[in-house]
Ligand binder design. Structure first.
Ligand SMILES: Nc1ncnc2c1ncn2[C@@H]1O[C@H](COP(=O)(O)OP(=O)(O)OP(=O)(O)O)[C@@H](O)[C@H]1O
Ligand SMILES: [Mg+2]
Length: 262
């Protein structure tokens, strides 16, 4: 099992979109992929056709002591989806207190699934610092940082770097971090300038391509599916496929020793 945490310091940059579409790409390449929503917005499932009125998910299952397998959905493109679930405010706070008390809750819950070594888990997280991101980083073999080509995203990078350095980097089974620039409009000079700065700052950590801004992304969500499924010939779908191949090469290079995360 390889665990990828999709993170960002800033909100609304495309974490959920990337988690969903990269899961779809990796599943299409023949790997078993589980996407796991660690964000109370409970939005990841919307990309995979999970019924809107479904309240099931890992928050409820954890509080009631049910096995995660009971809240796994077969999503589009062959992806297994583990939604956050819908909970009332009191239960959300109880759940957050539970995982705050046990930063290894996610790691242990994933290990209990006894996945194969080649299986991939992609975790969607809320923006910034939270108990969710801390738990995700404590389980991650790789972090995928999503940024926009703008000054605010650039300025926020050190905040997430500090979290990664604290919770992921010290572990021997942590294989490193990658960066993806999303929603790029190549016609904007500022985007090109920020990209140049990001390339020199991040070097090999940065996915060499970009994910272009593409209206098919929001259209696919409106149709309860991924862009890979909705419009495979679109620009952003091609970008997601290229990014997925890059991501695979990065995570397959990580050696995970028996008895650790795998
Ligand atoms: N490449 C893209 N082209 C066009 N629209 C995009 C692209 N990526 C994301 N979006 C849109 O940007 C918005 C935010 O995306 P998303 O919800 O994936 O961000 P997020 O980082 O998960 O947000 P949050 O921090 O709230 O969890 C959505 O409306 C999504 O459809
Ligand atoms: Mg999100």
């Amino acid at each position: 099992m390889k665990v990828i945490a999709v993170v960002s310091a800033k909100g609304g940059v495309g974490k959920t979109t990337l988690a969903a579409n990269l899961a779809s790409v990796l599943a299409s390449s023949g790997r078993r992929v589980i996407v796991l929503d660690l964000d109370p917005q409970n939005a990841l499932r919307l990309h995979f056709g999970v019924p809107l009125d479904s309240i099931d998910g890992l928050s409820r299952a954890t509080l009631s002591g049910d096995a995660w397998r009971t809240v796994m959905f077969d999503g589009v493109d062959g992806v297994t989806v583990l939604p956050y679930g819908a909970v009332i405010e009191d239960d959300r706070r109880r759940f957050e207190a539970h995982i705050d008390h046990d930063p290894l809750w996610l790691l242990h819950s994933l290990n209990a699934l006894r996945l194969d070594a080649s299986d991939i888990v992609i975790i969607d997280t809320p923006p910034g610092s939270s108990v969710y991101t801390r738990n995700a980083l404590c389980a991650a073999n790789f972090t995928l940082n999503v940024v926009l080509a703008d000054a605010a995203s650039y300025a926020a990078i050190p905040q997430m770097e500090r979290m990664i350095e604290t919770y992921a980097a010290p572990r021997p089974d942590f294989g490193g971090e990658g960066y993806v620039v999303n929603q790029v409009d190549q016609s904007r000079q500022l985007a090109k300038d920020v990209l140049k700065v990001l390339r020199s700052m991040l070097g090999e950590k940065l996915f060499p391509g970009v994910i272009h801004q593409d209206e098919g992304v929001s259209e696919s969500l409106a149709c309860d599916t991924t862009l890979i499924h909705y419009d495979p010939l679109s620009q952003a779908a091609a970008d997601f496929r290229a990014c997925g191949q890059w991501l695979l090469s990065r995570i397959d290079a990580i050696a995970v020793s028996p008895g650790s995360v795998a």
